[in-house]
Each structure stands twice: as structure tokens, then as C-alpha cells.
Design a binder for this molecule. Structure first.
Ligand code: NAI
Ligand code: MG
Length: 370
């Protein structure tokens, strides 16, 4: 998988062949797409024969909240810390528990394990129609700063419920945090098309985003071979629609990266297609892999969620663990499935989640049992 190709920062111990995976399906379609991804991962491991995956499932989310009044146990971090990687479906179910509560375990893992680099590739596929009128070939990777920025928890509400109520929500942007995510983006760009676009809003946010500009100026000299550009987030949103083929690596703050990657899903055909990796490039902590999409309560329980974003997140996980060949096989099986007309309803087809998963399994050369 090219977006995680061999950079010095991404090396893995070659001897590890039995990988322990903490599986956190979460809520809504998170459960369906996790089942699909695990099924594909097991199949590819079996077909490969040189590694196995030891999956331990944690049923945290709305049901856990009903019983315990919290979305996950207090020792969440200690529980997942020993695993080689974490796989997450999606969390959240606003009609069952508050959204800002459901997301706490995920944000805690990202921040406490310093999974600072969130890589979210988006590309078009033969056989899948983009939502854009143009037939642009899109192949970008958004690198979202994942450990601080606008999602840093600092603030409060004063005189809550009264007419005089105020809320303060503070962002945190550190020079070190900006520099390391930019360097990660530059290194990634060198494995792709040597182009990096940094997204800010430095015309309006004159402290944090102007510091992003300053750090870019300081860092870009070390990467003279990478074409560098910067755009304000509002212009970038327009350009994702107007000329998406121009983007290669896009580096953005936590909030901007979050917003732009729903858009990058839509422009390639569906949010359900896109995978993501939340990486600790130092490999001190387990990295976390999840589709970009959420738990989609509007289609939960219908069995029609597109499992591809989750399946490709599983491929990114294998790639990160060092199983590059197996990761590439999954990618190819997905491409072949689309090219041969296997599509779920979000991309204009009528396959169920299970049928789409079976299509991928068949193209991996795995016999489908039922
Ligand atoms: P969403 O991503 O769940 O859904 C947005 C739209 O895309 C919906 O119409 C949905 O049906 C569609 N969609 C998403 N994934 C799809 C798939 N695999 N196949 C077919 N269609 C798909 O975002 P929304 O509706 O804003 O949030 C729903 C819940 O998910 C909320 O509780 C939110 O907080 C949570 N959420 C969790 C995330 C996570 O766990 N990382 C990320 C984003 C949202
Ligand atoms: Mg999001």
C-alpha cells in the first residue's frame, strides 16, 4: 500500500508473526463493518500462511453505557496497551447516549497514546462513480493532526442554562506538534507524488494558524524535492470539489482534517469507502485503525453498510504491522470487486454488507462457506 511505503519512520520489527488485535466494534454499522473486516483479515492471514491474527473483542459502546453509565471501562488504556494494534468500527448513537460521551474512549486513545498522525487516503476506483460531475482521477492522502489542535479538551461553560451563559473551548497547537505532523506529511509525499498542501485558516486565526505557517516555512527547506503549497480551509473545501486531482498529501489540523475527510469520501463516491490509520510513528503504543465514517444510525441494522472503508482499514493495519503483501492483496481484491460491478447501495449497487464482503473474499481466492 503506497501511502505507507518504506519510510524510515515506518519500520517494523520483522520477526513478529502473531499479531494481537484489540477489536472495538462500537455502535451502529461499526459492528457490521468490523465483522466484515475481521472476516477478510482472517481469510488473508490464512491464505498467506506466514502470520496469524489473535483478535480480542471488546463490546464497549451504547450497551456498555446502559449497564455502567460510561462508554468504556476506566482501565481502557491499560486494557488495549499490550496489543499490537487496535481496530475500531465506529462509536456513537445519539438517540441512546450523548455524542460527546461516546467519542471519549476514541479521543482518549488517540491523545494518550499520542497517535498523532491520522492518515486518510481517498481515491477513485474503476467501477465506482464519483459524486462529482467530472471524471477526475482522485488519489490523495489527508494527514490529520490527531493529538491536539481544536479537539484538545480545555474550556468550560459558565452560568450554564442561564441567559448569561458562556462557553469557552480552547485549541492547543504546539510547535513540536505542528512540526512532527508536517514532517510526517513530507515523508509520506516522498513515497507518493512529491506534493504537499497545508491547510490552515491563518487569515482569521492569527495565533495558532500563523504559527502553522511559520513552522511550514521553517520545515519545507528540508524537503526541496516536495512541491509545497498552502490553502485556507474554505478555499480547500472548494478545491476538493473543483480540482481534486491536484491534491496529493494534504496536511491539516485536527478539526480541518476531520471535516475535509468527510468531503474526500463524498467526492470519491461514498464516505463508506475510505479507511484511516491513527498512527504512533514511534511505535511505542498500539496504533488504531478505523474507517473514516461514523456509526450511521440512519442505516444501522439494515445490513447495507459499505464494508470497504473498514476492510481497507484492516489492510492499512496489516501494512503497518509489516504484512505488506497481504495488505496489497486486499487492496487488489477490493479493486477487482468494484471493477466487476460489486457495489453496495451507497455507491449505486444493491449488495448487502455480507454480499460485498463475500465478493472481496472470493477475489482473495477464499471459498465462501454459506
Ligand atoms: P456517519 O459517518 O455515521 O454518516 C454520515 C452519512 O454517511 C450517513 O448518511 C450514513 O448513512 C452514510 N454512511 C456512513 N458510512 C457509511 C457506510 N459504510 N456505508 C454506507 N453509508 C455510509 O456520520 P454522522 O451521521 O454524522 O454520525 C453518526 C454517529 O457516528 C454520531 O454518533 C457521530 O458522533 C458518530 N461518528 C463517529 C465516528 C467514529 O467513530 N470515528 C466518526 C464520525 C461520526
Ligand atoms: Mg469525522
Amino acid at each position: 500500500m503506497l501511502w505507507l511505503a518504506d519510510t524510515a519512520a515506518l519500520k517494523m520489527e520483522p520477526s513478529l508473526k502473531n499479531y494481537s488485535i484489540a477489536v472495538y466494534p462500537g455502535d451502529g454499522i461499526g459492528v457490521d463493518v468490523t465483522d466484515a473486516a475481521m472476516c477478510v483479515l482472517d481469510a488473508v492471514a490464512q491464505a498467506d500462511g506466514s502470520f496469524s491474527l489473535d483478535q480480542t473483542r471488546f463490546d464497549w459502546g451504547a450497551d456498555y453505557f446502559d449497564k455502567h453509565g460510561k462508554p468504556a471501562p476506566d482501565d481502557l488504556l491499560d486494557t488495549v496497551r499490550p496489543f499490537n494494534a487496535i481496530f475500531l468500527g465506529a462509536v456513537g448513537y445519539p438517540s441512546r447516549y450523548p455524542d460527546h460521551v461516546s467519542l471519549i474512549p476514541l479521543v482518549t486513545i488517540r491523545q494518550k497514546f499520542d497517535l498523532y498522525s491520522c492518515v486518510r487516503p481517498a481515491r477513485t476506483y474503476q467501477g465506482v462513480r464519483s459524486l462529482l460531475a467530472s471524471n477526475a482521477t482522485i488519489d490523495m492522502a489527508v494527514v490529520r493532526e490527531n493529538s491536539e489542535g481544536e479537539y484538545f479538551t480545555c474550556g468550560g461553560r459558565f452560568k450554564q442554562g442561564s441567559d448569561d451563559e458562556i462557553a469557552i473551548q480552547t485549541g492547543l497547537h504546539s510547535r513540536k506538534g505542528i512540526e512532527r505532523i508536517l514532517r510526517f506529511g513530507f515523508d509520506l509525499a516522498r513515497t507518493r507524488r512529491n506534493k504537499l498542501t497545508m491547510i490552515t485558516k491563518s487569515n482569521a486565526m492569527k495565533f495558532s494558524m500563523v504559527m502553522w505557517d511559520n513552522v511550514l516555512e521553517q520545515v519545507q527547506g528540508d524537503y526541496p524535492d516536495v512541491e509545497t503549497d498552502k490553502q485556507h480551509v474554505d478555499a480547500a473545501a472548494m478545491n476538493f470539489v473543483r480540482m481534486p486531482e491536484k491534491f496529493d498529501v494534504v496536511v491539516a489540523s485536527n478539526l480541518f482534517g476531520d471535516i475535509l475527510t468527510d468531503l474526500s469520501g463524498a467526492i470519491v463516491g461514498s464516505l463508506g469507502l475510505n479507511p484511516s490509520a491513527n498512527l504512533d510513528p514511534t511505535r511505542q503504543f498500539p496504533s488504531l485503525f478505523e474507517p473514516v465514517h461514523g456509526s450511521a444510525p440512519d442505516i444501522a441494522g439494515k445490513g447495507i453498510a459499505n464494508p470497504v472503508g473498514a476492510i481497507l482499514s484492516g489492510a492499512m493495519m496489516l501494512d503497518w504491522l509489516g504484512e505488506k503483501e497481504a495488505a496489497a492483496r486486499i487492496q487488489t481484491a477490493v479493486e477487482q470487486s468494484f471493477a466487476q460491478g460489486c457495489l453496495t447501495p451507497d455507491v449505486g449497487g444493491d449488495l448487502t454488507t455480507d454480499q460485498m464482503t463475500e465478493a472481496v473474499l472470493e477475489r482473495l481466492g477464499v471459498a465462501v462457506g454459506n
